[in-house]
Design a protein. Structure first.
Length: 191
């Protein structure tokens, strides 16, 4: 076999095509990175389409419950610091006003949080087209259990935030931009 036939094999062509598609997909993801509000609006639309699909079909409540648990797990990662202060293997969060300023670094960054939620809604939407995933269940019990789980989990997370004095959101926080240079020019004496 010569090198020309190996390079032109169907496996090599499929591999090149997969690489080109994944590269184009990554390029599109990279272009969406700075557009936070637009990304979340698009995810909300995808979520609304999923909810509409489940409502019109009147089924797939187990899929919705699994999706809710997955999103709750993502939310906990989004609200948690990258280094847990209880473990203290790395740098800790500042607890006093005299401590050095360290920005809040999430365990799950916003982009990955958005991407995972959007991907989960898309997968759940596709699952609604297969009857194997439509397990008959009394959905109010699942909803009650999920709400209870959400409340207990958030209570624990908020208690953790209060105990270690961190806020995972940047709005309303003081920003440290360094020293400002004076914009006024020195006044000259007038004769």
């Amino acid at each position: 076999m010569d090198a020309g036939t190996v390079a032109d094999s169907p496996e090599a062509a499929i591999s090149r095509w997969k690489f080109a598609v994944s590269r184009q997909y990554q390029h599109l993801l990279d272009k969406t990175t700075p557009h936070v509000l637009r990304r979340w609006i698009a995810s909300s639309v995808v979520g609304f389409i999923y909810v509409l699909r489940v409502f019109t079909v009147q089924g797939f409540y187990i899929v919705s419950y699994g999706l809710g648990i997955y999103i709750l797990n993502l939310l906990i990662g989004f609200l948690s610091p990258q280094v847990d202060p209880e473990i203290q293997d790395g740098p800790t969060l500042p607890t006093k006003g005299s401590d050095e300023f360290r920005p809040f670094v999430r365990r799950l960054p916003e982009f990955k949080f958005w991407y995972s939620i959007t991907k989960a809604f898309c997968i759940a939407f596709v699952m609604t087209f297969f009857s194997a995933f439509d397990v008959p269940v009394f959905w109010p019990i699942l909803l009650f259990y999920w709400v209870t789980l959400f409340m207990l989990t958030m209570r624990r997370q908020i208690a953790h935030m209060i105990k270690y004095k961190y806020v995972p959101f940047s709005f309303g926080k003081q920003r440290y931009n360094g020293k400002r240079a004076s914009t006024e020019s020195p006044s000259l004496p007038v004769d």
